[in-house]
Structure formats: structure tokens, C-alpha cells
Design a protein around this ligand. Structure first.
Ligand SMILES: *[C@@H]1O[C@H](CO)[C@@H](O)[C@H](O)[C@H]1NC(C)=O
Ligand SMILES: *[C@@H]1O[C@H](CO)[C@@H](O)[C@H](O)[C@H]1NC(C)=O
Ligand SMILES: *[C@@H]1O[C@H](CO)[C@@H](O)[C@H](O)[C@H]1NC(C)=O
Ligand SMILES: *[C@@H]1O[C@H](CO)[C@@H](O)[C@H](O)[C@H]1NC(C)=O
Ligand SMILES: *[C@@H]1O[C@H](CO)[C@@H](O)[C@H](O)[C@H]1NC(C)=O
Ligand SMILES: *[C@@H]1O[C@H](CO)[C@@H](O)[C@H](O)[C@H]1NC(C)=O
Ligand SMILES: *[C@@H]1O[C@H](CO)[C@@H](O)[C@H](O)[C@H]1NC(C)=O
Ligand SMILES: *[C@@H]1O[C@H](CO)[C@@H](O)[C@H](O)[C@H]1NC(C)=O
Ligand SMILES: *[C@@H]1O[C@H](CO)[C@@H](O)[C@H](O)[C@H]1NC(C)=O
Ligand SMILES: *[C@@H]1O[C@H](CO)[C@@H](O)[C@H](O)[C@H]1NC(C)=O
Ligand SMILES: *[C@@H]1O[C@H](CO)[C@@H](O)[C@H](O)[C@H]1NC(C)=O
Ligand SMILES: *[C@@H]1O[C@H](CO)[C@@H](O)[C@H](O)[C@H]1NC(C)=O
Length: 429
């Protein structure tokens, strides 16, 4: 009877675990547009339009200046992006990028990938413990030369790759490059109740800046769970020649939060690592609007990077993030954030910066493989939350169920034996 009950209990838990996951959820119609209104491909501006039931999320990715992603949320399905190219290339680009009708815009934010630091991590990989003289000259991403996006975007898979290399005297980059890859796997659909394992056959090794049309989980490690309200970016360093024997790299990210809002760094720990083996922490930068408006955004990542294009567990690279800096932060002079938010954006909006470093003291994964890939989601609204995987729920249920069975069984046995012993004891008296 007890065994039967715990089986039913397990089954119920498993059902709850399966049903709790909304496999497709909210859907958006996503389209890509390259350099709208401009007929040259020496500069890159990618407009991703994600139209929902009543709203549109506009993502604007550009490598004009520092690589920047703008997210603009509008309450209209008909809002459109306008780029005044003359103004954008002028010394005063303020207002060159805007979304119309302006009163439909409910929220905007920007994420700027500003710098890559390289330092000697022989004694410590902690960015803030490394002595200043152990840093190599910083790679300023705004100074990079970026290849044309023209043939590196795919309107079917909703992916695009921005690839750039250091130009000028900043470093011996070798044949290496840094890329920001977006990707959207809209063909992936999971039926209710089916396993979340991604369909095979879909080679997503070339994944990039991705926009998503619906809920699903990435096929690739770190297998981030995404929704229709976010897009993914992969930061990839490939073939870049390290300038020392124990080089470690770190990425600086600057964010812009509108007017009264501010950013907040959160860490989410879980005992579940089924989807991202050995990684139990997820970090996210969420916006906190001052007067409880529901509009907000997030940047979410798992604390891991990988040293291979076909990432496996063995390719895990330690990834560490540092406290959010909110004072004295500036947005790189050249970034489309200025074209959207205005020239003097530091005094009207909340700017925050965060550093993320890759590699630990003991590992030389980058030097060996010369490849590093880190993924993050940029999105609108609530960040996706991992529910416990069915496997972990089952293990928990067994783990909790067994002691209960033992306890109940044990008590009964003890009760029976005590009664028996008592009855045996009596005649002695
Ligand atoms: C773009 O420019 C090329 C030549 O530079 C021209 O042949 C082509 O028609 C132009 N396309 C548009 C849409 O203006
Ligand atoms: C769209 O918005 C209108 C009014 O703004 C509202 O009546 C309608 O229910 C909304 N539809 C959905 C699907 O949210
Ligand atoms: C959006 O455009 C379509 C056709 O272009 C129109 O039918 C619809 O009313 C428009 N919606 C709004 C909210 O302007
Ligand atoms: C674009 O900007 C330039 C320079 O600021 C301005 O002269 C021009 O009128 C603008 N074009 C449009 C269509 O707004
Ligand atoms: C590492 O520590 C050793 C011993 O403390 C010291 O000699 C060496 O200079 C340090 N190296 C770096 C890069 O800090
Ligand atoms: C886009 O990706 C799909 C699927 O991988 C592929 O079949 C198609 O050829 C690609 N299109 C371009 C233009 O690269
Ligand atoms: C890199 O950019 C900074 C600021 O944007 C500038 O001061 C510096 O001269 C640039 N370096 C090169 C090599 O272009
Ligand atoms: C760069 O690539 C070329 C040809 O692909 C090769 O000959 C050269 O050795 C490479 N340089 C470095 C530093 O890897
Ligand atoms: C995505 O955004 C829409 C519109 O704000 C919202 O209704 C929906 O619940 C969101 N989806 C998720 C998964 O957050
Ligand atoms: C790196 O290590 C090699 C041998 O392990 C050594 O010959 C070389 O001098 C080292 N380079 C630096 C910059 O320390
Ligand atoms: C939020 O606060 C600002 C001033 O701090 C005010 O202008 C704005 O109307 C408020 N928004 C809402 C939705 O209450
Ligand atoms: C911010 O910058 C100002 C001027 O450069 C400096 O006086 C102040 O100490 C800085 N604040 C912080 C927290 O670094």
C-alpha cells in the first residue's frame, strides 16, 4: 500500500513537473532588416522586429561604434524604426535612431559591449585582485573593424554574426576575431509532454545574435531557456593570440536604464544542473523601475563559458562576474545608444557597468584551444526561470519518499516489536 502511494506521489510530481513547463507560450512574429534605408554594407545596423499580440519589441544591433544592442518596447504592432543616416554619421547623432509613433514607446534600454581586458591570471583570475601592471593594453571594441553583416545573417533561422578584429596598434590579434553572434531557432518546437531534448540534426554550431519567436531551450550548452520576449547573444573570441602565457580575458558591459529606473544584479542558485552540467548559478541584471511600472528588461547568463565551438561539459571555462558599478560609468562616445537616448545620456539616465572574466587560476583552456564562447539573453519583462527538471524532481521524490517509507515502516515495526517485547516481558514480573 505504502509503495503504491509513493508511486502515485512520484507520478503526480512528475506530472506537475511536466505540466509546469509551458513549451511554446507567447509567440511573436520576428523579422530581420539590415541597414534600413541605406544601400551600403560597410556599416552594420540590424533591426529585429518581434511583433506580439498587441505590442512590438524592437532590437537594434549595431557595430557603428561600440557593439550595442538597443531594446525598445512599444504597445503597438505597427511601430516602426527610423534611422536618419546623415545624422547618425554626423558629429551630433542625437535623435538619429528613433521609433515611431513616439507615444507607443513604453520602455527602452541599451546594452553596450565596450571593452575586452587581457591580464596575467597566473596567481589569481580575480579581476580586482590582479595588480595594475599585470594588465595588457585594453581592447576597445569601439575601435574594432567589423566585417559586413551582409552574408552573415540568416532571415530563416533569425541569426546574424558581427565579426570584428582589432585595428591599429592595440594588439597582435593574429588572425583572431571577436564576434557577437545572435540566433533564433524558430524551427524548434516542442509538443506538450515531449522531452525537452532538442531535435537532433539541427546544427546550431554557427549560432549568433538570435531572436526567438517562442519559448524553448537552446540545443547548445549552456542550454539557456528562452522565451519569445528575448534574444540571445554569444560573445566569441576565436583565434585571438594571447599576449602572455597566462592570459585571461574579461568583458566590460555597460547598460543604460531609462530615467528613474536602475539596474540590479541578482544571483539565482539551484541544485539542478541537468541542462548545464556542473553549473548551479545563473546571474541576471534586471531593471528596477522607480514607480513599480511593469516594464522592465533583463540580461541573463549562466556562470560558464566554453572553449569549443561544439561545447561539451569538458569544455567548461570558469566565468566570474563582479559587483555592478553604478557610479562614474560612461557610455563609449561612439555607440548608437547616443543616437537613441541623446548626447547627454549620462545625466538623464542610469548607467551601470559590469565585468565578466573568463578562466580560472589553474586552467589554460583559452591558450590551448584559442576559443571562448559565452552566452547571454537580452529581453523584455520577467527573465525566464528554470523549473526543476523532471529528473531532479524524480530524484528528490525518491530521496524524500524513501525516508518517509522507512520512517513509517520503521515506526510500525518498532511499535509491533515493542508490543511484542512488552508482552514477552510481562511473565517475568
Ligand atoms: C544600391 O546601389 C547599387 C549600386 O551602388 C545600385 O545598383 C542598386 O540599385 C542600389 N539599390 C537600391 C535599392 O537603391
Ligand atoms: C490589446 O489591447 C486592447 C486595448 O489596448 C485590448 O482591448 C485587447 O484586449 C488587447 N489584446 C490582447 C491580446 O492583449
Ligand atoms: C496597424 O496597421 C494595420 C494595417 O497596416 C491597420 O489595419 C491597423 O489598424 C493598425 N493598427 C494600429 C494600432 O494602428
Ligand atoms: C536627417 O538629419 C539631417 C541632419 O540632422 C537633417 O538635415 C534631415 O532633415 C534629417 N532627415 C530627416 C528625414 O529627418
Ligand atoms: C605571482 O606570485 C609570485 C609569488 O608570490 C610572484 O613572484 C609573482 O610575481 C606573481 N605573479 C603575478 C603575475 O602576479
Ligand atoms: C539559413 O539557414 C538555413 C538553415 O540552416 C539554411 O537552409 C539556409 O540556406 C540559410 N540561408 C542563408 C541565406 O544562409
Ligand atoms: C581607441 O578609441 C579611443 C577612444 O574611443 C581613442 O582615444 C583611441 O585613440 C583609439 N585608438 C585607436 C588605436 O584607434
Ligand atoms: C593567418 O592566416 C594565414 C592564412 O590563413 C596564415 O598564413 C598565417 O600564418 C596566419 N597568421 C597567424 C598569426 O595565425
Ligand atoms: C512576453 O510579453 C508579453 C507581452 O508583454 C506577455 O504577455 C507574455 O507573458 C510575455 N511572455 C513571457 C514568457 O514572459
Ligand atoms: C611562455 O612560456 C614559454 C615556455 O613555456 C617561454 O619560453 C616563454 O618565454 C614564455 N613567454 C612569456 C611571455 O612569459
Ligand atoms: C513615475 O514617476 C515619474 C516621476 O518620478 C512620473 O513622471 C511618472 O509619471 C511616473 N509614472 C507612473 C506610471 O506612475
Ligand atoms: C567619480 O568621479 C569623480 C570625478 O572624477 C571623483 O571625484 C569621485 O571620487 C568618483 N566617484 C567614485 C565613487 O569613484
Amino acid at each position: 500500500m505504502l509503495v503504491e502511494r509513493s508511486c502515485v506521489f512520484l507520478l503526480l510530481l512528475w506530472l506537475v513537473g511536466t505540466l509546469a513547463r509551458d513549451p511554446v507560450g507567447y509567440r511573436r512574429k520576428v523579422s530581420l532588416e539590415y541597414n534600413p534605408g541605406l544601400n551600403i554594407s560597410s556599416v552594420n545596423l540590424l533591426h529585429i522586429r518581434a511583433v506580439g499580440n498587441n505590442d512590438t519589441i524592437h532590437y537594434v544591433w549595431s557595430t557603428i561604434g561600440a557593439p550595442t544592442a538597443l531594446l525598445v518596447y512599444t504597445r503597438s504592432q505597427n511601430s516602426t524604426l527610423h534611422v536618419n543616416w546623415t545624422k547618425l554619421f554626423s558629429p551630433a547623432p542625437s535623435g538619429a535612431v528613433h521609433v515611431e509613433p513616439t507615444d507607443s514607446v513604453l520602455y527602452s534600454t541599451a546594452v553596450i559591449f565596450s571593452k575586452v581586458f587581457e591580464y596575467n591570471g597566473a596567481n589569481t583570475s580575480d579581476l580586482f585582485k590582479v595588480p595594475a601592471d599585470q594588465f595588457y593594453p585594453t581592447y576597445n571594441l569601439a575601435n574594432f573593424t567589423w566585417e559586413s553583416l551582409g552574408d552573415k545573417m540568416n532571415k530563416t533561422t533569425l541569426t546574424a554574426t558581427f565579426r570584428g578584429a582589432a585595428s591599429g596598434p592595440e594588439g597582435t590579434f593574429g588572425n583572431g576575431s571577436i564576434s557577437f553572434q545572435n540566433s533564433g531557432e524558430k524551427l524548434m518546437q516542442y509538443g506538450a509532454g515531449t522531452s525537452e531534448k532538442a531535435p537532433c540534426g539541427k546544427d546550431s554550431s554557427q549560432n549568433m545574435v538570435t531572436a526567438y519567436e517562442e519559448n524553448s531551450r537552446d540545443a547548445r550548452l549552456p542550454r539557456l531557456l528562452h522565451t519569445a520576449n528575448c534574444s540571445k547573444v554569444n560573445f566569441v573570441m576565436s583565434g585571438v593570440a594571447p599576449r602572455g602565457n597566462h592570459s585571461r580575458f574579461a568583458l566590460e558591459i555597460v547598460t543604460v536604464e531609462e530615467r528613474e529606473g536602475r539596474k540590479q544584479l541578482e544571483s539565482i542558485r539551484s541544485i539542478d544542473d541537468e541542462y548545464t552540467p556542473t553549473i548551479f548559478e545563473m546571474a541576471q541584471l534586471v531593471s528596477v523601475p522607480r514607480n513599480h511600472s511593469t516594464t522592465s528588461s533583463f540580461l541573463q547568463w549562466k556562470t560558464t563559458a566554453y572553449s569549443s565551438q561544439h561545447a561539451e561539459r569538458a569544455d567548461t571555462i570558469h566565468c566570474q562576474y563582479y559587483p555592478l558599478q553604478t557610479t562614474n560609468c560612461t557610455v563609449p562616445r561612439s555607440s548608437i545608444a547616443h543616437a537613441y537616448f541623446g548626447e547627454d545620456l549620462e545625466s538623464h539616465h542610469a548607467i551601470a557597468a559590469i565585468n565578466i572574466s573568463f578562466g580560472s587560476e589553474d586552467g589554460e583552456a583559452y591558450e590551448e584551444k584559442r576559443y571562448l564562447s559565452w552566452s547571454a539573453l537580452i529581453g523584455f519583462g520577467e527573465p525566464p526561470k528554470d523549473t526543476f527538471s523532471t529528473l531532479v524532481i524524480a530524484i528528490l521524490a525518491v530521496g524524500l519518499g524513501t525516508p518517509v517509507v522507512l520512517l513509517v515502516g520503521g515506526s510500525i515495526a518498532a511499535f509491533v516489536s515493542r508490543k511484542k517485547r512488552y508482552s514477552e516481558y510481562e511473565p517475568i514480573n
